[in-house]
Ligand binder design. Sequence first.
Ligand code: ZN
Length: 282
Amino acid sequence: MQFASISGRLHQVISPGRVLDLNTASGGDLPANPHQAYERWDDVLAFAAGTRHENAHEVSEQMFGNPAPQPRQVFAIGLNYADHAAESDFAVPESPPVFTKFVTSLTGPFGEIVVPPGQVDWEVELVTVMGRRAHRVAAEDAWSYVAGVSIGQDISERVLQRSGPVPQFSLGKSHPGFGPIGPVLVTPDELPDRDDLELGCLINGEQVQKGYTRDMVFPVPELIARLSAVAPLLPGDVIFTGTPSGVGLGRTPPRWLQAGDELVSYIRGVGEMRHRFVAPAT
Ligand code: ZN
């Protein structure tokens, strides 16, 4: 099944362009707010599996927002693909480097992103959204705690990210608009192989990243096991799971996003996001 947030309300996506407002369709039983819905994800799935679709309505996918706009925790993983670790001049990590993207950086799958001063880079990533509280979860059980997956971009300003005595990953990756997610949340059972998805992105039509989630150093179940060994993961929490090679930092010469660039990010079987970068207002 697929879900989307439209005007801040959780919808089931019946087919491309046809959606059902789950709060309305359930006679007010299910919450409209996506994060309240993640608290009752089993109820959402049960209702969605049995819905009659005549109440669905047509809507442009351009109206879809971030399906997880207000997570209590955002986890992000660095260097989770060996080829990206190599282009960043790091060894393949023995444990996953973890940082956060502050929630004010999150945004939807379509629209404009302001380019701040510095070196602004792209990182297409698989995003997972939790559907159950997960504390000390074993890797073999981990997917059952995931509500669904979506596309993410871990936009990164490299000057701030690498400044100071220790790297500033969290701050350098948290300008407004630096965390787009969407357009849909796809339940893991709907994916042909939830552990092997093609992801990539294009700038002005030129493909710059293409990879497969099977090449993760720490696959999704392992990430959930390791994160939840320390911090309970809460319904609606988001994990940015790392990026494959092809970022601007790894190029010779390096390449950075500029005002006017269009970035298209995709995961095959999930969909695509489309953003235009713009200069700050003067
Ligand atoms: Zn990243």
